[in-house]
Design a protein around this ligand. Structure first.
Ligand code: DC
Length: 227
């Protein structure tokens, strides 16, 4: 009998600390890391660079299928992402790329063409997969599924702090309203909407620091005999 390579799925909306948790967990376990949001961001960036309309599903699906991407772990600095040989690690994090990513992520043909690419990341000794549908669609048999939540206000505050934006400003209000509208788009799309898997463990990170979230995740991994 073959034993499946274990996957820890880390899902939830943006700003809940998923990326930080997934990166810390993969370093702690020495497992591979899949940042699935980066794939949607890469499709969006490619489309923007070649001026493809963000609702041209056929062309966008082709971009998703042939995306010339390379991920390389830079010890202590996270992951470097190259698109056709061009370092786009920072470019894909821009707000406008995130917004475009949320639009292309709503297209079923784009999601379908990214499915196998994501599953290919599942290699020994294990995978930490960060996204929105890791536990529901991409790795439905993952032995541990975490779903992180935090209030929209806490997430807006975290984002504002990253951008050095004061909390009583118009920019803060814009960050807050963008978070709410992106959540609505991600949760209401018909293909793979953002929702916890039935067997996911929900972690509310509103009041928790990254170390506490990491400790809880490690306890669950040990309890389930994954390491
Ligand atoms: O996690 P992120 O902000 O990098 O994700 C960018 C966009 O991609 C976000 O709007 C949601 C979407 N996404 C998705 O639909 N499914 C995933 N597995 C990961 C991200």
């Amino acid at each position: 009998m073959s034993v499946e390579t274990p996957v820890v799925a880390v899902d939830g909306p943006s700003g809940v600390g998923k990326g930080t948790l997934a990166l810390s967990l993969s370093a702690h376990l020495r497992w591979h890391l899949l940042d699935s949001g980066a794939l949607y961001r890469l499709v969006a960036l490619s489309a923007m660079r070649q001026r493809t309309a963000l609702d041209d599903e056929t062309t966008l699906a082709g971009i998703a299928r042939t995306l010339p991407v390379a991920f390389s772990v830079q010890p202590g600095q996270g992951v470097r992402i190259d698109l056709a040989g061009d370092d786009v690690t920072r470019a894909i994090r821009e707000e406008r790329v995130g917004d475009a990513a949320s639009r292309v992520a709503a297209l079923p043909a784009v999601r379908a063409n990214l499915l196998e690419r994501q599953r290919d990341f599942r290699t020994a000794p294990g995978l930490v997969a960060d996204g929105r549908d890791m536990g529901t669609v991409v790795f439905p048999r993952a032995p541990l599924k975490l779903f992180l939540t935090a209030s929209a206000e806490v997430r807006a505050r975290r984002r504002a702090a990253q951008l050095s934006v004061p909390e009583n400003s118009a920019t803060f209000e814009k960050i807050y309203s963008d978070i709410i509208s992106r959540d609505q788009r991600d949760a209401s799309r018909t293909t793979a909407p953002l929702k916890p898997a039935d067997d996911a463990v929900i972690l509310d990170t509103s009041e928790l620091g990254i170390d506490q979230v990491l400790r809880q995740a490690i306890t669950l991994i040990v309890d389930r005999g994954l390491q």
